[in-house]
Design a binder for this molecule. Structure first.
Ligand code: KG4
Length: 332
């Protein structure tokens, strides 16, 4: 089965052709990062307009690169939500138009499910599993007893972890998007600043706004004493505190749920310290399988939506042309 998948939930316009869930025939991503950089973050209205400009050529390029034609495509999948409403609508309308014109059935996919199923390109999912889904909009710990079955056991009480990387980076003048910049700086740094880990209410929940304030206060303290901050060391201590929090909650969940596998998902899964921390888990849990997705499918792309579409189809079937986007779509 060949699926044409479309993703447009935030600032990447993307299309891909995926065969039998695990084989990527093409994967085209047009990122808007350079345009949003000048604003220091994603401006929803600007993002929607750029999707309108890009979507046709991105889909055309994905089909061309696969070497196939629309006649070879069996179904069309698109990100129904969550995401920015105007952005989601552009992808949904493109998918529905193609579905109607070419008479191909439609599959609605959850964006976070896409991030989770990106792991299918390099490993087989072994249920029950725990997925740590970390991106610019999400920090969620998801327990999956079986295929396309999601139980959110932990989530952020305030900012998402990627959002914290982006906000701290912006406030410190490091640049946008913060995640990759802080990751790179941290590799040259060492411990200097004591940043506190927040007290967490929920059993497996996360919190990042306190850590962000802590970094800003540290900067302010140094500045008022006429001292300069060492960017590499600040990046190191922020990254370590932020990621150690994720790992602490993840380990609690492993102890309680005894999963067969732990997988990483989302843009922050590209973080080198987080990847190594997850890959090190079998030292503590020898029977645990772990997987980190390849870097090319950590941040938003359509191949991951294609992979998740196969499982979404088995669980929920096709949707009709009246299905709308849902910016607040719950995964459970
Ligand atoms: O999944 P994604 O492309 O979009 C969302 O759905 O949010 O994730 C983007 C987020 C941004 O916050 C970005 O700063 C973060 O992922 N990110 C990273 C790294 N690469 C991207 N965060 C930490 N370390 C990285 N290497």
């Amino acid at each position: 089965m060949i699926i044409l998948a479309i993703e447009s939930s935030c600032d990447e316009t993307a299309a891909a052709l995926v065969k039998d869930q695990t084989e990527i025939l093409s994967n085209v991503v047009s990122t808007q990062i350079d345009i949003h950089k000048s604003f220091g973050g994603v401006i929803p209205e600007v993002a929607s307009r750029l999707h309108v400009e890009q979507i046709s050529s991105v889909i055309g390029e994905a089909i061309d690169k696969s070497g196939l034609t629309m006649d070879d495509v069996d179904a069309i999948a698109y990100t129904k939500g969550p995401g920015l409403v105007g952005c989601l609508h552009v992808g949904a309308i493109a998918a529905k138009t193609l579905s109607w014109y070419w008479n191909k059935p439609l599959i609605a996919v959850h964006h976070l499910a896409g991030h989770i199923y990106a792991n299918c390109f390099v490993t087989q999912l072994k249920f029950p599993l725990l997925a740590l889904v970390v991106s610019g909009g999400n920090s969620e710990l998801v327990y999956m007893k079986k295929d396309y079955d999601f139980d959110v056991i932990g989530q952020t009480q305030d900012d998402a972890v990627g959002e914290a990387f982006d906000k701290v980076s912006k406030a410190c003048g490091f640049g946008y998007p913060g995640g990759p910049i802080i990751d790179k700086l941290a590799q040259k740094g060492h411990h200097e600043y004591d940043l506190s880990m927040p007290k967490l209410e929920g059993r497996y929940d996360f919190s990042y706004s306190g850590l962000k304030t802590n970094v800003l206060q540290t900067m302010h303290k140094f500045n008022t004493h006429g001292q300069t901050i060492n960017p590499e060391n600040l990046a190191y201590d922020f990254q370590k505190t932020a990621i150690d929090q994720l790992m602490r909650q993840l380990k609690k969940a492993i102890d309680d749920y005894h999963p067969n596998q732990v997988i990483l998902a989302g843009g922050v899964a590209a973080n080198s310290y987080l990847r190594q921390s997850v890959l090190d888990l079998p030292h503590t849990y020898p029977n645990l399988c772990v997987n980190v997705p390849p870097l090319y499918c950590c941040t938003d792309n359509a191949a991951m939506i294609g992979a998740a579409a196969f499982a979404a189809l088995k669980k929920h079937g096709y949707v009709d042309l009246s299905t709308s986007s849902d910016p607040n779509w719950e995964i459970e």
